[in-house]
Design a protein around this ligand. Structure first.
Ligand SMILES: Cc1cc2nc3c(=O)[nH]c(=O)nc-3n(C[C@H](O)[C@H](O)[C@H](O)COP(=O)(O)OP(=O)(O)OC[C@H]3O[C@@H](n4cnc5c(N)ncnc54)[C@H](O)[C@@H]3O)c2cc1C
Length: 228
């Protein structure tokens, strides 16, 4: 049982999910799919307002789409995306090509669209997702956890899911202090390429689309979505 200070009488949450990205929403959707009654027994919080920016290449593999299908979800047209029909990898002596005659190797989506849509899907299934609420502190207590938010709330819960990323507040409580989070700096550049081929080429020393490459000692990610 989880209760929120000041609203204890209407807080029958057992699970508190901190972070409404794909991990948090997938966890909530899996619970809800297992038993629809879970929807009203959990609370999902995110410090951001969706759609929110997320640094990501946006590649969704066929395995990822199968996972979505397992949750009864199919990517809608509102999630901007393009198909990648062939992938070539050249690195030193390595040469690899993936292609799918019948369709795409994978799909590249706009993360802000995907995450926003996922939040909507969770809400449509009865899950409470609150945006603009940052969890500032979590600590263990008898029978579960206590989470504090920047709104001054104290939320007690039996199970706490920390899905706020490697630098998230939950990780600080449960992580091994000997293994601190590693933080990198990344730059994402979306370049307009009208009419660009759906094929994606990753090649050492050449521009690449929707991936990371070493760039003068730093890291860069470029995407090839049509200009909007
Ligand atoms: C450059 C780059 C390229 C990538 N490319 C790909 C790719 O092509 N394909 C792929 O599958 N993966 C890719 N990834 C990995 C992918 O982005 C992550 O695996 C994925 O976003 C993890 O999802 P998540 O839900 O765990 O975290 P996130 O998507 O980061 O969501 C975490 C959420 O928690 C919220 N949050 C954090 N702290 C708090 C707090 N204290 N209180 C409340 N809310 C909080 C944040 O606002 C955020 O919405 C890439 C990653 C990077 C960095």
């Amino acid at each position: 049982m989880c209760r929120t200070a000041g609203r204890a009488e209407r807080a029958p949450f057992d699970v508190l999910v901190v972070g409404a990205g794909p991990a948090g929403i997938a966890a909530a959707l899996h619970l809800q799919r297992h038993d629809a009654r879970w929807a009203e027994r959990m609370l999902v919080l995110d410090q951001a307002h969706f759609p929110r920016p997320k640094l990501c290449g946006g590649g969704v593999t066929l395995y990822g789409e199968a996972e979505l299908g397992g949750l009864g979800l199919d990517l809608p047209g509102s999630v901007r995306a393009f198909d990648v029909a062939r992938v070539q990898l050249r690195f030193q002596e390595l040469r690899m090509t993936w292609f799918e005659r019948a369709g795409r190797v994978f799909r590249v989506v706009r993360r802000e669209d995907l995450d926003h849509w996922l939040v909507g899907q969770a809400r449509a299934r009865g899950v409470t997702v609150r945006e603009g609420v940052r969890v500032t502190d979590v600590r263990r207590e008898s029978g579960g956890f206590l989470a504090r938010t920047d709104a001054g709330e104290e939320i007690h819960c039996r199970v706490l899911l920390g899905t706020g990323g490697a630098t998230g507040v939950v990780r600080k409580v449960v992580a091994d202090p000997e293994q601190p989070a590693r933080v990198s700096r990344l730059l994402e550049v979306l370049t307009p390429e009208p009419g660009a081929s759906a094929a994606m080429s990753l090649r050492e020393g050449s521009p690449c689309s929707t991936s990371r490459r070493s760039c003068a000692g730093s890291r860069a990610t470029t995407g090839t979505f049509p200009a909007t």
